[in-house]
Design a protein around this ligand. Structure first.
Ligand SMILES: Cc1cc2nc3c(=O)[nH]c(=O)nc-3n(C[C@H](O)[C@H](O)[C@H](O)COP(=O)(O)OP(=O)(O)OC[C@H]3O[C@@H](n4cnc5c(N)ncnc54)[C@H](O)[C@@H]3O)c2cc1C
Length: 453
C-alpha cells in the first residue's frame, strides 16, 4: 500500500510509527514543508493576517520542519477520562472512550508505566496526573527514528497545497510545491497532519468544507495564587515526581457551565537557574550572562540536582510556587478563513479573528473562588497575585480546538472519506483542562488499527 503522510510533526510521526506496526510492508512518503532546520512562521514564509486582537498562536506557536512544533513544545502528555466533561456531546464522549482505551498503550510508547488514577478533591474539582517528557524525547521525528525507517521516503521542502477528490469521497492526488514549482503525486491513502491551522487552511483551499470561515478557540491563562511553605495540599504533593527521565505532573481540573478550567502548578519561575536552563533548552539561547547566572546560582543548582537524583522530585525554589488558572475560551466569534493576501509560496494566507468571550472573566472569577475555597479549607499559606482578572493568552499554552469538530460520532469522522483522514487538535470540540496533543494519539491508534484494511 502506498501511503502519503503530510507533515512531520507530532501527529505525522505518531501516524507513521502506528502505520508501520500495523502494515510493515507499507511504502510511506512523508511530505514536509521544511527540513531538519526548524523554522518559525516568519522564517518558513507563511502568512497570518490578524483581523482582531492579537492572537500569538500562529506566529509564536508554530514551528516548521522535521519534528514540527514538538521540537519546541512543552512535552506534557495528558489524556481525557470521564471526569473531564459533565455533559459531553456523543462525539466528545467517543473521544473520551478512545482516550481511556489507549491511554496505557500510548504512555508505554513513551516509556511511562505508572498508574494514572484521578483523585476527586471536592464535588467540582479533581486532580489529574500527566507526564512531562524528558527533554531528549520531545522531538517525535527523532523519538520514533522516522529517518531510519526503511519504508519511509522523506520529501522535505515540499509544501502540500491542495488535495483533489473525485466524488467528494476519495482523494485522487495531492498538489504540492517545491519552491514555487508545482508538482503532483498519487497514493492509495492520505493522512493530513500539517498542524491545526495549516491542515484546515488546506481543507479550505481544497474545497473540502462548505464553510468559508471555520470557528476556533484556545485556552486563556492567568497567574492567580502564590503558594508558600509547602507543596502538599490535603496530603497530595503537587511537586512533580521523577519517573525515569520524565516527570509526573499534577493539576486541578474543574468545569463551570460547560467550560473547563485547570489550575496548573508553576514552579521556579523566580529561580534564575531554572529560567536560564529553559532559555538554553527551549529557546536555544546561550550567552555570557546566562553562563554567569548559572555559576552564581550554583548552590541552589546543586540542590536542584540533589532533589532530582536523590529525592526524585522537582526542586521548589524557596518553597514558593504559583497556581495558574487556564480556561477554555468559549467558542464564539473567533474564526479562520482564507486570506486575499498571499504568502512566500504564492498561496493564500490565513485571516484570523480571535475574540475573548464576554463570559471569560466571570468564569475565571468563579474558578478562582473554587480554588481559593480549596486552599482556605486546607489551611494553605497563599496570597492572591491579582485583585482583578485580566484575561490573557499566555505564550506557552497553544491548544487550538473546535475548528473542524462538528461530528455526531467518531464513526462519522472516520468515514468521511474513502482513503483520507486528518488529525490535529482542531478536531477536538473541547480542550478540557489539558494540554491536548496526547488526546489525539488514541484517535490515530483506533483509525489505523480498526478502520484501515
Ligand atoms: C511553546 C509550546 C509548548 C507546548 N507545550 C505543549 C505541551 O506541553 N503539551 C501538549 O500537549 N502540547 C503542547 N503544545 C502544543 C503542541 O506542540 C501541538 O499540539 C502539537 O505539536 C501539534 O502537532 P501537529 O502534528 O498537529 O503539528 P506540528 O507539530 O506543528 O507539525 C506540523 C508539521 O507539518 C509541517 N507542515 C506545515 N505545513 C505543511 C504543508 N503545507 N505541507 C507539508 N508539511 C507542512 C510542519 O513543518 C510540521 O512539521 C505546545 C506548543 C508550543 C508552541
Amino acid at each position: 500500500m502506498k501511503i502519503a503522510v503530510f507533515g512531520a510533526g507530532a501527529y505525522g510521526c505518531y501516524t507513521i510509527d502506528a502505520l508501520i506496526k500495523k502494515f510493515p510492508e507499507a511504502q510511506i512518503t512523508l511530505f514536509d514543508v521544511g527540513n531538519s532546520h526548524i523554522k518559525s512562521e516568519k522564517e518558513i514564509g507563511y502568512l497570518t493576517n490578524m483581523l482582531s486582537t492579537y492572537y500569538s498562536g500562529l506566529e509564536k506557536g508554530r514551528f516548521f520542519g522535521l519534528g514540527g512544533a514538538t521540537s519546541r513544545w512543552g512535552g506534557q502528555l495528558l489524556t481525557f477520562t470521564k471526569n473531564d466533561f459533565k455533559n459531553p456531546t456523543p462525539f466528545l464522549s467517543d473521544i473520551v472512550k478512545l482516550n481511556v482505551k489507549y491511554q496505557e498503550i500510548i504512555f508505554k510508547k513513551f516509556g511511562i508505566h505508572s498508574e494514572f488514577k484521578e483523585t476527586k478533591i471536592t464535588n467540582n474539582l479533581f486532580i489529574k496526573k500527566g507526564v512531562w517528557l524528558s527533554y531528549f524525547n520531545r522531538n517525535l521525528f527523532k523519538y520514533f527514528k522516522i529517518n531510519k525507517r526503511k519504508n519511509v521516503v522523506i520529501k522535505s521542502n515540499s509544501r502540500v497545497t491542495k488535495l483533489i477528490l473525485n466524488n467528494n469521497k476519495a482523494v485522487t492526488r495531492v498538489i504540492y510545491k517545491q519552491g514555487n514549482i508545482e508538482k503532483e503525486d498519487s497514493f492509495d491513502f492520505y493522512f493530513l497532519t500539517t498542524g491545526a491551522f495549516e491542515s484546515n487552511r488546506i481543507l479550505l483551499n481544497s474545497g473540502l468544507t462548505d464553510m468559508d470561515e471555520l470557528p476556533f478557540s484556545d485556552h486563556l491563562s492567568q497567574k492567580v495564587f502564590k503558594i508558600k511553605d509547602s507543596t502538599i495540599i490535603q496530603g497530595e504533593d503537587f511537586a512533580f515526581k521523577v519517573n525515569g527521565s520524565s516527570l509526573i505532573t499534577k493539576r486541578i481540573i474543574g468545569e463551570i457551565d460547560g467550560i473547563s478550567f485547570f489550575s496548573n502548578p508553576i514552579f521556579n519561575s523566580e529561580f534564575s537557574f531554572f529560567q536560564d536552563l529553559k532559555k538554553v533548552l527551549f529557546k536555544r539561547k546561550l550567552s555570557f550572562k546566562i553562563i554567569k547566572n548559572i555559576i552564581l546560582e550554583l548552590p541552589s543548582c546543586l540542590q536542584f540536582i540533589y532533589c532530582m537524583l536523590v529525592k526524585k522530585k522537582i526542586y521548589v525554589h524557596k518553597n514558593e510556587w504559583y497556581l495558574y488558572i487556564d480556561i477554555e475560551n468559549p467558542i464564539n466569534k473567533s474564526f479562520i478563513s482564507l486570506s486575499k493576501n498571499q504568502d512566500k509560496f504564492e498561496e493564500k494566507g490565513l485571516d484570523v479573528s480571535f475574540f475573548i468571550d464576554e463570559n471569560a472573566v466571570d468564569i475565571f472569577e468563579k474558578a478562582k473562588e473554587m480554588i481559593k475555597d480549596y486552599l482556605i479549607k486546607n489551611e494553605i499559606n497563599f496570597e492572591e497575585c491579582v485583585s482583578t482578572i485580566q484575561v490573557e493568552k499566555s505564550e506557552d499554552t497553544y491548544h487550538p480546538f473546535g475548528i473542524m469538530s462538528s461530528f455526531n460520532s467518531m464513526d462519522e469522522f472516520y468515514n468521511q472519506y474513502e482513503n483520507f483522514c486528518f488529525f490535529n487538535t482542531g478536531i477536538l470540540p473541547r480542550a478540557g483542562g489539558i494540554n491536548t496533543t496526547a488526546s489525539v494519539f488514541p484517535l490515530i491508534e483506533e483509525f489505523i488499527n480498526n478502520y484501515m484494511e
